[in-house]
Design a binder for this molecule. Structure first.
Ligand code: PLP
Length: 427
């Protein structure tokens, strides 16, 4: 049923028995490949191994927000993955999926006291702290709970990730992290706080990076800071370079994960020998998109073909509430007709039924299709389901994972009644 094989890194319609999946589970449905997920995670894990790192000296902390389905998290947890979370909800999700708290790092600029308490009670690996105010609040909350909070400071290395402004996070003007120039002082402050234990340093400069040069530049900046901190007797046990490696959406050619990690480890090893007294340092990664993005597609059915003088529209049963990336970032996703037709292809905008002009999934695509045909929206595994909503009272799509020749339902399609079950009339 499924013979998974990437075409230039993109998982295509032929990789799944999509008509069967549509018949069995309906549409719209997210479909993921277990084999692809494992291969993509393996690219990180194998590169770590190849460069002599074990579980204690390198940890891949999968970015939960890219795709947080329990089956996905469980699969990765069984591979030894750690997790990068951005909310208390994601923490509980990881634990429910069998992830280990000691491998969880907690990012995000707005952690609440409750979220801090929750994470402290589970003894997570580290809080990635993004401001002085957060550091002080964490110290206070940790004091109340009688714990010491393990902390890494998210430093803004001020390198240009050359990606979409909405997904670039490493420049001065971003809301994320602390300025490189201020980091030293904040570490000094952290060292004086009784309920804070400094363990690491981290950055995350952006997403969908095709080139690793900005990441290696960011690494240089982090290393520079670690040296300064070491001189002051502040010891950094782990270095977290963040996530951000891009995927092929539209002929993009992202750097191979193995090549990037080779260059990164080479730099780190050279530095450790030259200036770090050969002291060990654990390396953390926070990849999301590069693990799950091209391991999934969104399966949708053509409802109507609408031919107007200016344009042809393929109106499908998936919409911006299911896959927000086109509406939000003008993102490009490949579209494939599941069944090939002899008829002449014409140019369509693929749009959903939501009452917004921004509700489009793909523009100006050549397709030979008829009403009732299935389309696969490619590269939809990351920031697809996790960013979905119930706008227009649309139940969220089902999610299916293909494992060999079996397709498993990993999230039921929502039912409309569930969508207003929490609402109440006035008395
Ligand atoms: C979103 C996010 C990631 C994952 O980014 P990808 O581009 O999906 O690899 C990693 N770290 C942090 C802090 C994030 O916010």
């Amino acid at each position: 049923m499924s013979h998974f094989s990437y075409r230039n890194g993109v998982l295509c319609a032929e990789d799944f028995a999509l008509p069967n999946i549509a018949r069995q589970f309906g549409t719209p449905t997210y479909v993921y490949s277990k084999a692809a997920l494992l291969e993509n995670f393996g690219a990180y894990a194998n590169a770590c191994k190849k460069h002599g790192r074990d579980e204690n000296s390198a940890l891949v902390c999968y970015s939960v927000k890219s795709n947080s389905n329990l089956a996905v998290l469980n699969l990765l947890a069984k591979q030894g993955s750690g997790f990068d979370i951005v909310s208390g909800g994601e923490l509980l999700r990881v634990l429910a999926a069998g992830g280990e708290a000691r491998k969880i790092i907690f990012s995000g600029v707005g952690k609440t006291r409750d979220e801090m308490r929750l994470a402290l009670s589970h003894d997570i690996l580290c809080f990635n702290v993004e401001s002085t105010a957060e550091l002080q609040r964490l110290n206070e909350v940790a004091g109340q709970t009688g714990k010491q909070a393990p902390v890494s400071l998210r430093v803004n290395p001020n390198v240009d990730a050359k990606t979409h402004p909405y997904i670039s996070t490493g420049l001065k003007e971003n809301k994320f992290g602390v300025a490189f120039e201020e980091a030293l002082d904040i570490y000094r402050l952290a060292a004086t706080l009784p309920h804070i234990r400094i363990t690491g340093i981290d950055c995350h400069i952006g997403s969908q990076l095709l080139d690793d040069a900005p990441l290696l530049e960011a690494l240089d900046k982090l290393i520079e800071l670690i040296d300064r901190l070491t001189q002051e007797g502040i010891h950094i046990h782990h270095l977290d370079i963040g996530g951000g490696i891009g995927i092929n959406y539209n002929g993009d050619q992202p750097v191979a994960v193995g090549d990037y990690l080779s260059r990164l480890f080479a730099k780190i090893d050279a530095w450790r020998v030259a200036t770090h007294n050969n002291r060990p340092i654990t390396v953390l990664f926070e990849p999301g998109r590069s693990i799950v993005g091209n391991a999934g597609i969104l399966l949708t059915e053509v409802q109507f073909l609408k031919h107007s003088p200016a344009k042809n529209f393929a109106i499908v049963d998936a919409a911006m509430n299911d896959l927000m990336r086109p509406a939000m970032y003008e993102a490009w996703h490949g579209v494939q007709a599941v069944n090939q037709r002899e008829a002449k292809a014409i140019i369509y905008d693929v749009v959903g039924p939501v009452c917004e002009s921004g509700d489009w999934l793909a523009r100006a695509r050549e397709l030979a299709i008829e009403e009732g045909d299935l389309l696969a929206i490619l590269s939809a595994g990351a920031y697809g389901m996790t960013m979905s909503s119930n706008y227009n009272t649309r139940p969220r799509a089902a999610e299916v994972m293909v494992d060999g020749n079996q397709a498993y339902l990993i999230r039921e399609r929502e039912k409309v009644e569930q969508l207003f079950a929490l609402e109440k009339l006035l008395p």
